[in-house]
Design a protein around this ligand. Structure first.
Ligand SMILES: C[S@@+](CC[C@H](N)C(=O)[O-])C[C@H]1O[C@@H](n2cnc3c(N)ncnc32)[C@H](O)[C@@H]1O
Length: 281
């Protein structure tokens, strides 16, 4: 386990993923009934952009900084921006929320958060950060084994984020397996899987295999490229497949991605939204 998210916190992929997550949480909050949020690969929850790791890469300068530098923010990014402003009351951007902290700040008193992190040091930081929030339980398991260990969850409504570091060759296969196991046990769970886009070629097998998962009623794919995916610059963009997206998500994401492209990569950026599994009529 060499991956340290602190090197990448607040980069374009984080902004994309966290804004999709924000929209998912906000849409799920329209119904009063409680829901559970599970973060299978949680990280530490809070990142210092002035810390050594973030300083070494400076990735946040071409991600969250560009967004926060905008004089006004449209409604579909407002709650995400508010969370970041609350962490940086002096107005200068220094602290950036990971997915668990973002979810914690957006979710309601009746909701429940289940966070899982395998790295022992990250786990301690996560526990420290959330020690006073009784809605939160924290696990220290292999994220790929959680479906069998925890599902079905007690709550009938659930949102799951699968955000693996993609440092191992079988990560795409593990994502497919986790999606299958979760939707087999909770068919209506909303499951969002993040993945990196380096070369388009790398994704062909994933697209094909994900559409073959029989337990998923409907599946939306959203991608955001900073530059063409056929060059060798490394992380050219990222995508998410979302099983059972809430009604209205697609429309919200069109506006969001169009806006993000203009802010993060006005000349070379590109986004797409497609149904990989359309809802059966
Ligand atoms: C991409 S980071 C998570 C970032 C976080 N979801 C966010 O958006 O702020 C991936 C995390 O997964 C952890 N990890 C790696 N392998 C894991 C595994 N098999 N099970 C659970 N966590 C794992 C890493 O330690 C790392 O903190």
């Amino acid at each position: 386990m060499n991956y340290r998210h602190a090197f990448h916190a607040g980069n374009h992929a984080d902004v994309f993923k966290h804004l999709v997550l924000t929209n998912l949480i906000n849409l799920m909050s329209h119904k009063a009934t409680a829901f559970a949020y599970l973060d299978t690969h949680a990280g530490v929850g809070l990142y210092d952009l002035y810390g050594n790791e973030a300083k070494r890469t400076g990735e946040w300068l071409t991600g969250i900084k560009l967004l926060l530098d905008q004089p006004n923010h449209p409604a579909f990014v407002a709650s995400y921006v508010e969370v970041i402003h609350a962490l940086n009351p002096q107005q200068q951007l220094r602290y950036y929320p990971g997915s668990p902290l973002l979810a914690q700040r957006l979710m309601r008193s009746q909701d429940k958060l289940i966070l899982n992190e395998l790295h022992p040091q990250d786990l301690q930081l996560l526990k420290q950060l959330f020690k006073e929030d009784h809605r939160i339980s924290i696990h220290n398991q292999n994220g790929w084994l959680l479906a069998k260990a925890l599902f079905p969850l007690a709550e009938k409504r659930a949102l799951i984020l699968i955000d693996s570091p993609f440092e191992k060759t079988d990560d795409f296969a593990q994502c497919l397996n986790a999606l299958t196991e979760i939707t087999k046990r909770m068919r209506q769970a909303v499951v969002a899987v993040w993945y990196p886009i380096k070369k388009k070629e790398d994704l062909k097998g994933f697209y094909l295999n994900v559409t073959r998962i029989k337990s998923i009623p409907k599946l939306l794919k959203v991608e955001m490229l900073m530059q063409a995916a056929d060059n060798n610059l490394g992380l050219n963009g990222s995508g998410m497949v979302i099983a059972n997206p809430p009604w209205k998500l697609e429309v919200e994401l069109v506006n969001l991605l169009n806006y993000l492209k203009q802010i993060l990569a006005p000349n070379t950026g590109k986004y797409s939204i497609d149904w990989l599994i359309a809802e059966k009529s």
